[in-house]
Write a protein that binds this ligand. Structure first.
Ligand code: F0G
Length: 468
């Protein structure tokens, strides 16, 4: 905790054993003492906090003010690192929690038990905007002129969008070659980000962008940046808001770089400390089977937060083995095709705080779950569907009961990756094989095939009568 002479907002090493601090304005995002991850830390005693979460409802009547309209900044008392005048918002966070009763019934769950949190409704079509508005606000405070990220596509789309919409910074995005869906590449290009397509995958791009940011003094917006995660905490606040401030039993989220999982854990840690919730939901983090570092470390190597002392020797050995075998991530869920998650240690803390578990879903499970979501709601991209694939497993394993209240986070919009969706529903075997078969997807259990008809009124009407 800071003394009355120090500012009430600062950065602190995530390791309680180290606990080194940095000023809020620092942009290195690495602990100067042990090299670990940093948190944004608050001296809550010196900051105005709500007595009850329902106090945020007062903001609803002030929606013409941009910071009250924003689904991130209307909760600004719980991420109080910026003055209201410093906040950069493009109207992010207007997302919905959709009750999914028909889908729940299919999974043997009771009415009212399953909800889908649609983060694809953000301006750039993914949850990333929650974090980007917070990182951009911090970048502006520090006087940054250039911002960069490595990305599987959504972070780059979000960065490019904030750069072009605010005109305040030049965006530079690093993407792996051939690893990004066209929907997302289109966004980076259309919003005029400097797009660096490097020969390598996301993990290569992530390592490079950190070197480049250090050398050129470019502001880094990947989720290693703790200010981004402050914005992503608000996904949990909006879920609570939609459930009349009553925590659900389970939150299920896809795990890639593990920023969301980490942010959710921090959100609940703080809400509990501030006395704003009595109960903490359980967290289920779902890896893709082809990018299963977190699942392996937690379930096979038994790595735990361990009061801030995870077994770093075992973690190092795991990554050395991965390097020795050139272990590349490989999944149709390209957004989470990540083998070296930067937020690993924070995510271990989240598992501790939220009594969490980790699972992995293969590409067949992910694509079938995605089709089920599409058939029962607004739709999502493959990576997002890992959450429902995880729920299906956890129902089968009887870890989640029919009456448990479950929220699956759908991280991005259906239109982000139409190639995978069309291949799944296509009757064209060649197309199916090219996109999905090579990933080990054998069936399209919930396919909705287009009906081929001659351009003839009788034939068209006949087909409609037959099928609808
Ligand atoms: N879902 C989608 C749609 C994503 O784009 C990502 C990450 C994740 C899930 C995983 O979230 O990293 O918080 O565990 N996409 C990043 C990107 C890596 O570059 O767009 P996480």
């Amino acid at each position: 905790m800071s003394s009355p002479d120090t500012p009430p907002v600062f950065q602190r090493c995530v390791s309680p054993r180290c606990g080194a601090t940095l000023p809020m304005e620092d942009t290195s995002f690495r602990c100067p003492t042990c090299g670990g991850l940093m948190d944004v830390a608050y001296d809550w005693n010196r900051l105005p906090t709500p007595k009850h979460l329902s106090e945020f409802e007062a903001k609803w009547s002030r929606r013409t003010t941009p910071v009250d309209f924003s689904g991130v900044w209307r909760f600004r008392e719980l991420l109080p690192f910026a003055q209201t005048s410093q906040i950069l918002t493009i109207g992010e966070g207007q997302t919905i929690l959709q009750k999914a009763d028909v889908l729940a019934q299919k999974l043997g769950m009771r009415p009212d038990s399953l909800h889908l949190q649609y983060e694809g409704m953000n301006p750039s079509g993914s949850f990333k905007d929650n974090g980007m508005t917070a990182a951009f606000t911090h970048a502006r405070i520090t006087g940054a002129r250039r911002a960069a990220c490595a990305s599987t596509g959504n972070t780059s789309a979000s960065l490019a969008s904030y750069c072009s919409a605010t005109g305040l910074m030049r965006g530079i995005v690093f993407i792996g070659s051939g690893k990004i869906s066209y929907g997302k590449l289109a966004q980076a290009l259309d919003h005029h980000a400097l797009t660096m397509q490097i020969a390598g995958d996301f993990d290569d791009a992530m390592a490079r962008v950190q070197q480049v940011a250090r050398r050129l003094g470019v502001y880094l917006v990947n989720s290693i940046n703790p200010f981004r995660l402050e914005g992503q905490k608000t996904i949990m606040l909006r879920v609570l808001e939609a459930l009349a401030w009553e925590p659900p039993d389970w939150i299920i989220v896809p795990g890639g770089n593990l920023g969301n999982s980490s942010a959710f854990g921090k959100a609940y840690m703080e809400l509990k400390d501030l006395g704003l919730v009595k109960r903490i939901p359980r967290l289920a983090v779902i890896n893709a089977a082809g990018a299963r570092t977190f699942d392996t470390l937690v379930n096979e190597k038994n790595i735990r937060w361990n009061q801030g002392n995870p077994d770093s020797a075992a973690i190092d050995t795991f990554f050395k083995d991965l390097d020795a075998h050139d272990g590349r991530a490989n999944t149709i869920a390209s957004a989470i095709e990540i083998n070296r998650p930067v937020n690993l240690v924070k995510a271990l803390r989240a598992i501790e705080v939220m009594n969490g578990i980790v699972r992995r879903a293969d590409d067949q499970e992910i694509m079938d779950a995605k089709a089920l979501i599409g058939a029962h709601g607004l739709g999502c991209e493959p990576a997002s569907a890992a959450s429902l694939a995880g729920l299906i497993q956890l129902r089968e394993q009887r870890i989640i009961a029919p009456s448990d209240r479950v929220v699956c986070i759908l991280t991005a919009h259906q239109m982000k990756d139409p190639t995978a969706t069309v291949a799944y529903h296509s009757a064209d075997q060649e197309q199916f094989q090219k996109v999905l078969g090579v990933r080990g997807v054998k069936r399209a259990s919930h396919a909705n095939r287009a009906v081929q008809v001659p351009n003839d009124l009788e034939a068209i009407c006949g087909a409609i009568e037959l099928y609808a």
